[in-house]
Design a protein around this ligand. Structure first.
Ligand SMILES: [Zn+2]
Length: 149
């Protein structure tokens, strides 16, 4: 865990741990949610609720975070401790997500990548899964995976 406090999500990002990321403090501010993300969330929420079961459960949590304006999009990934992070969530439904990896666009985060992070964070909240532990991270990813397609 990091010093960021309990319940804060830390996602390691493979291969991007190189020097200082472009997202310094000033560059890490929130950006308005891009329209393509808004459209994707709306569609995903509907699909998740239609699937029922676990998908519907976390879809409902995601919808609640989204409708109450508790989803914050940052332009780039940021650092929590040593790890470059693409998403963080708190038990109260607040979440932060990175739109792109960094300002140099080394690698690309597609809309689907952002959605995956968002669903992953919603699963952490919904099923009270600890972050940064391999077993619970795997479980979170399995749940999201099971609700795709
Ligand atoms: Zn996680």
């Amino acid at each position: 865990m990091t010093s960021a406090g309990p319940g804060v999500e830390t996602e390691a990002a493979g291969g991007s741990d190189r020097g200082n990321p472009a997202c310094a403090d000033a560059g890490c501010g929130a950006i308005p949610m891009p329209a393509e993300i808004t459209r994707a969330i709306e569609t995903r929420i509907g699909a998740l609720k239609e699937r029922g079961g676990d998908c519907s459960r976390y879809g409902t949590v995601l919808e609640s975070s989204y409708r109450s304006g508790r989803i914050t999009i940052r332009p780039f990934m940021w650092r929590v401790g040593k790890n470059l992070t693409s998403g963080e969530a708190k038990p109260n439904g607040e979440m932060m997500l990175a739109r792109e990896i960094d300002s140099l666009n080394v690698g690309v985060r597609t809309v689907d990548d952002v959605l995956w992070s968002m669903e992953h964070e919603a699963v952490h909240i919904t099923f009270d899964l600890a972050s940064g532990i391999e077993a619970t991270e795997d479980r979170a990813n399995r749940i999201v995976h099971g609700c795709q397609g």
